[in-house]
Design a protein around this ligand. Structure first.
Ligand code: BG6
Length: 478
């Protein structure tokens, strides 16, 4: 059986708004993440543009990585990380989105982070926009549906490329860019503020504005890629797709067709534009049928064609089942749920667990795009318990990751060019969908609860030692 490549990028992933905290320190501006309160599995997160002292806003403190980054990176190094996927907080660099000059204190913070990573030989994989859009992009400009957002983003991206060109080679223009196909991403991805939206997961919908936001984001990505390659031809740019792997719930042809159509639309649109340089026929036709106009000019088409990415990354947590028929039992999940799949177990948050689906997805995306593939998010959110002696036993996490890595290996054996794997939430962090801390993904336990209380002390879980062994053996010793 083929092994993982020798330079395989084993590591972990986080996002600035879910770990950094220090939300007004070092000149940082308020971001869209900073106006969303804590929620729970049953209580949706509220959006409150005027911060209300009766609520806790998890991004304000998160796990205080801003002050603990050296300690955190040392722990990643102890596990043997080869790569660390992180994001830069846009509102730390351009606090109001349209500032004339960048915030030097914000830039200096990331100098420190990259120097620390370099010290341990850890390759940064940097997401330029991951849920940290300056709130002012929404309040002043209406967010991503406005073409002005393209210029602001490109200015921000170019600032990063010039400043960090000697530290960073792997860039990801947007996290899970295709999330914006769903109304719940209007705020987080689109900075589209809507007076009527009270809950993060139930936002008012403006489909045409969302699709214009998406189109503008992809043009911005292409422009950034073009500019970035001029600054450093050795840069790599990756698309990042929230890959919702779908199965028909029955073998009724209508169910099979439904899954195909949703796959073409949700999973393929952005990757096609960002890797092949043009919209797939299916999406353009669907826009037309639904009366959605994105007004793509010839000049913009040429930009999309030129500014393509060179590797494919995606998040994979689960698969979902769909049907045209009615089934009572539902699951939830990363961004969306589906019908209960009788063959799969679920996490405590009702996300189906499907390691084989990861192999299926790897084969499918490699076949379609034929560029190197990196899994930039995968993991399981669980309630962990710390024992009196400070240990945390998390066999369920080890089992989940082992099963997924086993399937990755089989995909490699079948010929997929897999270059890296960054497990999501390598250190416990704030959940996006619920704002909770108790939904933990990490190898490293952080003493912090859903209301931000705790010592912030870091502890190694059993999975920490297990993952260290996996990396040391290049995925042989699972
Ligand atoms: C992905 C996001 O969709 O899912 C992450 O890119 C997020 O930011 C992850 O944290 C897991 O979702 P959740 O809701 O459990 O945090």
């Amino acid at each position: 059986m083929k092994s993982f490549r020798k330079d395989f990028l084993w590591g972990g992933a986080t996002a600035a708004n879910q770990v950094e905290g220090a939300y007004r320190e070092g000149g940082k501006g308020v971001s869209v993440a900073d106006v969303v309160t804590v929620g729970s599995h049953t209580q949706p997160r509220r959006i409150s543009l005027d911060l209300d002292p009766q609520y806790y806003y998890p991004s304000h403190q998160a796990i205080d990585h801003y002050h603990h980054y050296k300690e955190d990176i040392a722990l990643f190094a102890e596990m043997g990380f080869k790569a660390y996927r992180m994001s830069i907080s846009w509102s730390r660099i351009f606090p109001d989105a349209d500032n004339e000059t960048p915030n030097e204190e914000g830039l200096a913070f990331y100098d420190g982070v990259f120097q620390e990573l370099q010290k341990y030989g850890i390759e940064p994989v940097v997401t330029i926009s991951h849920g940290d859009i300056p709130l002012a992009l929404g309040t002043r400009y209406g967010g991503w549906p406005n073409k002005k957002a393209i210029d602001l983003y490109v200015k921000y991206a170019v600032t990063l490329f010039e400043r960090y060109k000697d530290y960073v080679r792997y860039w990801i223009p947007f996290n899970e860019i295709n999330d914006i196909f769903l109304p719940m991403s209007s705020l987080g991805q689109g900075a589209m503020l809507d007076e009527q939206s009270v809950y993060f997961t139930e936002q008012a919908d403006r489909p045409e504005a969302r699709m214009n936001a998406l189109n503008n984001m992809m043009i911005a990505s292409a422009k950034a890629v073009i500019a970035g390659r001029e600054i450093n031809p050795a840069f790599h740019f990756g698309t990042m797709i929230c890959h919702i792997t779908r199965y028909p719930r029955t073998c009724h042809p209508d169910d099979v067709l439904l899954v195909l159509e949703d796959d073409l639309y949700f999973n393929n649109t952005c990757a096609d534009v960002m890797l092949k340089g043009e919209y797939p026929f299916y999406t353009l036709n669907r826009f037309e049928k639904e009366g959605i106009q994105i007004g793509l000019s010839e000049e913009e088409k040429a930009i999309l064609k030129e500014g393509v990415c060179d590797y494919y990354t995606f998040s994979y947590y689960q698969s979902i089942s769909e049907s045209t028929l009615t089934f009572e039992d539902q699951t939830s999940g990363n961004i969306m749920g589906g019908i209960k799949n009788p063959y799969l177990k679920e996490t405590e948050w009702n996300w189906p667990i499907d390691p084989v689906g990861l192999r299926y997805t790897l084969l499918k995306v490699y076949d379609r795009y034929r560029v190197p593939v990196m899994i930039t998010e995968n993991g399981i959110g669980c309630v962990d318990r710390m024992e009196e002696d400070g240990s945390v036993h998390d066999p369920y996490r080890i089992a989940y990751l082992r099963d997924h890595i086993t399937e990755m290996r089989k995909a490699v054996d079948e010929g997929v060019d897999l270059i890296g794997y960054t497990a999501w939430g390598c250190i416990d962090l704030v959940s996006v969908s619920t704002g909770e801390m108790k939904k933990r993904y990490g190898f490293i336990y952080v003493d912090c609860d859903d209301q931000g209380k705790g010592t912030q002390i870091r502890s190694r879980k059993d999975s920490f030692y297990w993952y260290k062994k996996v990396i040391a053996s290049n995925g042989e010793d699972l």
